[in-house]
Design a protein around this ligand. Sequence first.
Ligand code: PLP
Length: 403
Amino acid sequence: MKRSILQSASDFPIFNGNEPYIYLDNAATTQKPQLVLDSLIDYYSHCNANVYRAIHRWGEESTRRYEDARQTVASFIGAASRDEIIFTSGCTDSINLAATVFCRRFIKPGDEIILTEMEHHSNLVPWQIQGDIGGAVLKFIPVKEDGELDLEVLETLWTPRTKLLALTHMSNVLGTVNPAKKIIAMAHERGVKVLVDAAQSVPHMKVDVGELDCDFLAFSGHKMCGPTGTGVLYGKKELLEDLPPYRGGGEMIRSVYLDHSEWNSLPYKFEAGTPHIAGAIGLAAAIRYLESWGMEKIEEQEKVLTKRLIEGLDSLKEYTLFGRARERGGIAAFTRKGTHSHDLTQYLDSQGFALRAGHHCAHPLARKLNALSTTRASVYFYNTLEEIDSLLETLAIAGDFVL
Ligand code: PLP
């Protein structure tokens, strides 16, 4: 019998304990279904061994599972080849990798990199650091009042010195889903490469790198039911081949001499040292789990939840919601008049709701919004309308308790 996505929470042991708790902090990290936990236990119980060059059966099995995981990721995001999938420790690690090797290879003093004002620090600070080393100038696409990017200003930012544009696919504060495909096409017309920070999109919607035509795409495993410490950097093969390695160590080399080394082929050139083998296997299990529901269905369910959440917040006059983009995902950052967001969020915890408060690692955006701290609710497909209603009811009477 086909199961309903409305009952998906029953797959997650953390929701089946004695303590009723409504988890709405999914943009920070998501919960793990039993079968992801099982995949980790199974790996460690049956074939734990280091990958590659093993002349024993556990090593061979471990390598097989790790490489199968790479293929699972490649198919999930529509990569042309598994060589384009680099396992990392998370989206932050992926962007640091891309920024370091891209700037080392292509950035000369005075070259320009375009970012947006809504970036998570993970897609800003690595470009500041590497741009500084290479002498790059950073430029920013402004965020408009409604939370959408000002593409008219973008038209004025391009110059012959523009080398790369990096943008978030979905804002982790405003929920805005940016028109990545359109922006990538604009960049490519000018010979500019594009990195997409997909930390908040890949877990929630069908993302196909072939269709987007992005040059790099970065995301984290733990935001999509996978283990912490896992992530992916996708890069177009010809671009990755043209880039220098990131970290030095075992497996990223073909031959090593005392005075120099030769690099391994893709994707190993970018995976120095023992990787997070179990993590990659767990991430593949998470992907299979998401695919068992279907990304279209997941997106659809989240749209229903988001609509109720946004309409509900709009009906509460003490609350201000940040972000009014036409295309948006399941993230709502808001403030309550006269109440600090930490107090409100702590109160919500006492009432059985996990939300997040603060600048959400997007300091420049928080400054621009004139809201240094907001409370953020973020949904995943396992949340229910009843949970959203319950949050809204609690928010409606929050003032009586907080002030
Ligand atoms: N980019 C965005 C848009 C995010 O929301 C996050 C995390 O919240 C990151 C990057 C960084 O992800 P991680 O901390 O998993 O590396």
